[in-house]
Design a protein around this ligand. Structure first.
Ligand code: NG6
Ligand code: CA
Length: 502
């Protein structure tokens, strides 16, 4: 071959090769719902509500029946998801106030950071709830950093904390969106600030009453946790939030379509306050909680449409999951309890959000990647803590010792090429109680605290004595077998101790 021809030939080969490599790196869309219970979607058995878009993804993908969030509340689950390190190893990672400083150290290896290093454009849209800014909290009226952009994301569009916590503004990259400098945002979680009415003093001004907590500054007719003043032009409208966030996700996908990209779509639905758009209000017959499920399903459908339209479906791994289990009354009188109509948000599981029982963390988990993930059901034991290391494997980014230290590479389980269960899964309840699942057995360590959280009417799973359940024969955790199986109980207790002290 003549040298020029040879050069042309070999560079074509190289080009071909890099195209293959690029193709091997799929786009990743992680849709992370808020407080969505295992039984809240029709593909997991719900009959009182229909979730056709989520069901379609499940039909075209792998639906996990035994996949877990790491904690039964938001902040620690998300901390663990993004760092591959258990939140309970680090103090101050419980449910964060809306003015908390960034909880993830900027020198930590993170899931988005791993993907960014592998050439991904990485975006986060939606609920953050992992703190923002330096120690002491963010400068709301200046550059809000460090935040997602300092831990591996290339783009962010956030609710700083939750829908029910101030400040009720969007933060895009480092700045509050539409902020008028003449009307600065002020936030306090200690004492009232400014002159705006609170739910406590002016319940007559509310569109929706609070049932517990949530009686501080009124924004858009709903009283929140925390006090806020200013930032009038920047305040979100709850009823438009799903449209705004979905629009931002679709825009990110559109501008990143040459790929590879990762988008973490952290939906506000179905967290309180549940204030869906008028398109969904009243449509489920279950009150705002059910309507928020319909809205969430719509969001999923819109993102799937975008992938279809851009021809990205086949080269995109879509994951749908939730940060913790379900709660019905989470602080607003939104008729969720009255209109439940026999719906079981947790399906066959016991407990719910906040609790040590399985409904706290066993959540919907669906993976779709056409041609790569064979559609079906997987009953493999899986934990979201493993997504960081599994993604690292997927994109060929080796992790050094100590990086994402609690995350195991479980890629084959995630892709369904094996049904291999994780050796054990740790669950973390709001009072710090840890549980451990190994095979069919679940051990809940002894702890103090009420057996029922009265406000939310959720069974906590706390008990002063050890608990042991056989999840295969007793998925609802009704029969404590610890006393009749002392050896297994102490074996699991010892394993938990080793993991905790690691
Ligand atoms: C609780 C709130 C609850 C919810 C939760 C966080 C009260 C009485 N309850 O403290 O409404 O905001 O925190 O939910 O204030 S999570 O999904 O972000 O973890
Ligand atoms: Ca949550």
């Amino acid at each position: 071959m003549k040298p020029a021809l040879f050069l042309l030939f070999s560079s074509l080969c190289l080009l071909g090769q890099s195209a293959v490599v690029a193709q091997q790196k799929p786009n990743i869309v992680l849709i992370y719902a808020d407080d969505l219970g295992y039984g809240d979607i029709s593909c997991n058995g719900a009959t009182k509500i229909r979730t056709p878009n989520i069901d379609r993804v499940a039909r075209e993908g792998l639906n996990f029946t035994n996949a877990h969030a790491s904690s039964s509340t938001c902040t620690p689950s998300r901390y663990t998801l993004l760092t591959g390190a258990y939140a309970w190893r680090k103090t101050g990672t419980g449910i964060a106030p809306g003015d908390a400083a960034l909880l993830i150290p900027t020198d930590r290896v993170t899931m988005p950071g791993i993907l960014q290093k592998a050439g991904y454009k990485t975006g986060v849209v939606g609920k953050w709830h992992l703190g923002l800014g330096p120690k002491g909290g963010p400068d709301w009226n200046g550059d809000i950093k460090p935040g997602p952009l300092e831990i591996g994301f290339t783009y962010s569009f956030l609710l700083p904390a939750t829908g029910d916590r101030v400040p009720c503004v969007y933060v895009e990259n480092h700045r509050i969106v539409n902020l008028d400098p003449a009307d600065p945002v002020q936030v306090s979680y200690k004492e009232p600030i400014g002159t705006e009415p609170t739910g406590k003093d002016h319940p007559e001004l509310l569109k929706m009453l609070f049932s517990h907590g949530h009686d501080q500054t009124i924004i858009n007719g709903v009283s929140r946790i925390g006090y806020m003043s200013g930032g009038k032009s920047a305040r979100w409208v709850d009823e438009e939030m799903a449209d705004v966030l979905t629009g931002k996700v679709n825009q990110f996908i559109e501008t990143s379509k040459s790929g590879p990209f990762f988008v973490y779509f952290s939906t506000h639905d179905i967290h309180v306050p549940r204030m869906p758009h008028s398109r969904f209000a009243g449509k489920s017959g279950m009150g705002p909680r059910g309507d928020a499920i319909l809205q969430l399903d719509w969001c999923v459908g819109e993102v799937m449409k975008t992938l279809d339209r851009l021809g990205l479906k086949d080269n995109t791994m879509v994951i749908i999951s939730s940060d913790n289990g379900p709660v019905v009354d989470d602080g607003y009188k939104d008729q969720a309890v009255e209109k439940l109509n026999g719906h079981k948000p947790a399906g066959p599981l016991r407990g719910g959000k906040y609790s040590a029982f399985d409904a706290g963390t066993r959540v919907p988990f669906i993976v779709r990647w056409p041609g790569k993930v064979k559609p079906g059901i997987s009953d493999a034991l899986f934990s979201q803590v493993d997504l960081a290391a599994s993604f690292a494997e997927l994109v060929g980014q080796p992790l050094a010792k100590g990086e994402a230290p609690d995350s195991f590479n479980s890629l084959t389980t995630l892709l369904g090429t094996t049904k291999k269960s994780r050796e054990y899964v740790i669950e973390h309840a709001i009072n710090g109680t840890l549980s451990l699942i190994r095979g069919n057995w679940k051990y809940i360590e002894p702890s103090g605290g009420p057996i029922l959280n009265r406000e939310t009417n959720i069974e906590t799973g706390y008990a002063p004595q050890p608990q042991l359940y056989n999840l295969q024969t007793d998925l609802g955790e009704t029969k404590n077998l610890a006393e009749s199986n002392p050896q297994l109980t102490s074996e699991l207790a010892a394993l938990l101790k080793t993991i905790r002290e690691k």
